[in-house]
Write a protein that binds this ligand. Structure first.
Ligand code: ZN
Ligand code: ZN
Length: 394
């Protein structure tokens, strides 16, 4: 298995070039024409059946193998973020206002590397490999659209395992982390509108001021979470936007709260929704006004299948060495649309360290920072891990 890292190292110069080309032309959302074009050029000449999705820029590349063998799904996301890059890198973004700040350029390049590596050792592959290149991870549910367009039936049989990597700067290069069960949270959005009655700010008793009610809803929500939610199955509600009023002497008609709801189990997720639907109108009614609650469901909890994750763990220890693989103690409250795929196929997401050696992982700008620099030296490890997960199916 250690040879896989050496083989991946041989691909390194080309993969770095590919990653930098992707980095120069970041695109956001579900339609990534330039990115798809770069990807398709990089896959040219490989023995792959390509399926270009129509509802999004998603691409599924199939490496056909033993028709009796298993189907393994490997995934990379390809989209970028609306940020203005300030890394000073020579290959920095040329698309103003957009940046690959979540490492999806590395993910795509690594998966292309894995496709090249596995294509060169086809006779050793025990089944069929689906390479999933998805757009729209950053809030556009690209994975869900690809599932709806038949992702899992691409090879004629459904995948029996699914694997994805996400790079980060909070661990040194080459360190791999994951956990069994929930690894990332669900992510829903809530908007609460408190409707009062506007008037002169000097005479609140003649109007119904929505602002103190909104403030009380914020605080009551935090109190309720500590009283109603099981501390061993936690949840987070953060109101990150509060809007009301136009000037100092007018009581506005409405106040608006917007926030995020995170949980690591479906039951807490539903409880948090119910709690908001009870508290906001309840607090409002106590003050003679009304509150309307709108919840927009986002990504589900990303749940690593315990058995599959055990397999990833032992494969990774053989590829990277025992000291480089660690169990993640607690889930992370960020979210991923990989969760949609893991609802259908037993699989895993592992976090791959990519902090440059001259930076401190505790202080280095992290994912979604416009100053993030990821260590390209992590890519051969990622390529080797993807390939190893396929070969381990024998
Ligand atoms: Zn991200
Ligand atoms: Zn990401």
């Amino acid at each position: 298995m250690l040879d896989l890292v050496a083989s991946a190292q041989n691909l390194f110069p080309d993969i770095v070039e590919l990653r930098r080309e992707l980095h120069r032309f970041p695109e956001r959302g579900n339609h990534l024409p330039k990115t798809r074009q770069i990807l398709l050029e990089a896959l040219e000449g490989l023995p792959l059946d390509l399926k270009l999705h129509e509802t999004t820029s998603g691409v599924v590349a199939v490496l056909p193998g033993d028709p009796e063998g298993r189907v393994i799904l490997l995934r990379a996301d390809m989209d970028a973020l609306p940020l203005t890059e300030e890394t000073g890198l020579e290959f920095a973004s040329r698309h103003d206002g957009f940046m690959h700040a979540c490492g999806h350029d590395l993910h795509t390049a690594m998966l292309v590397g894995a496709a090249r590596l596995l294509s060169s050792m086809r006779e050793q592959i025990p089944g069929t490999v689906l390479f999933m290149f998805q757009p729209g991870e950053e809030g556009f549910a690209g994975a869900r659209f690809m599932l709806e367009e038949g992702l899992l039936d691409t090879a004629g049989r459904r995948p029996s395992g699914a694997f994805a990597l996400h790079v980060n700067t909070w661990t040194p290069t080459g360190v791999l982390m994951h956990r069994k069960g929930a690894q990332l949270a669900s992510d829903d959005r809530v908007v609460i509108t408190v409707r009062g009655k506007g008037g002169h700010a000097s005479a609140p008793y003649l109007s119904y001021d929505p602002i103190p009610v909104a403030a009380e809803i914020v605080l009551a929500t935090q109190t309720a979470i500590t009283r109603r939610i099981n501390v061993f199955d936690p949840g987070v509600i953060t109101f990150a936007s509060v809007e009301a009023g136009t000037t100092h002497n007018v009581i506005p008609e409405t106040a608006r709260l917007e926030g995020t709801i995170r949980a690591i189990s479906d039951s807490t997720r539903e409880q948090l929704h119910a709690l908001l639907r009870r508290i906001a109108p309840g607090v409002a009614a106590a003050h003679g006004v009304e509150a309307e609650v709108e919840i927009v469901r986002g990504y589900p909890v990303t749940v690593n299948d315990p058995e599959h994750t055990d397999r990833v763990d032992s494969v990774a220890r053989r590829v990277l060495g025992d000291q480089a693989v660690r169990w993640l103690e607690a889930p992370i409250m960020g979210s991923e649309d990989w969760g949609y795929v893991l609802q259908e196929v037993p699989g895993t997401m592992s976090f791959l360290g990519a902090c440059p050696p001259d930076r401190n992982p505790l202080q280095a700008p992290g994912l979604h920072s416009n100053r993030i620099i990821l260590d390209e030296a992590a890519m051969p490890y990622g390529i080797a891990l993807h390939a190893a997960m396929v070969l381990a199916e024998r």
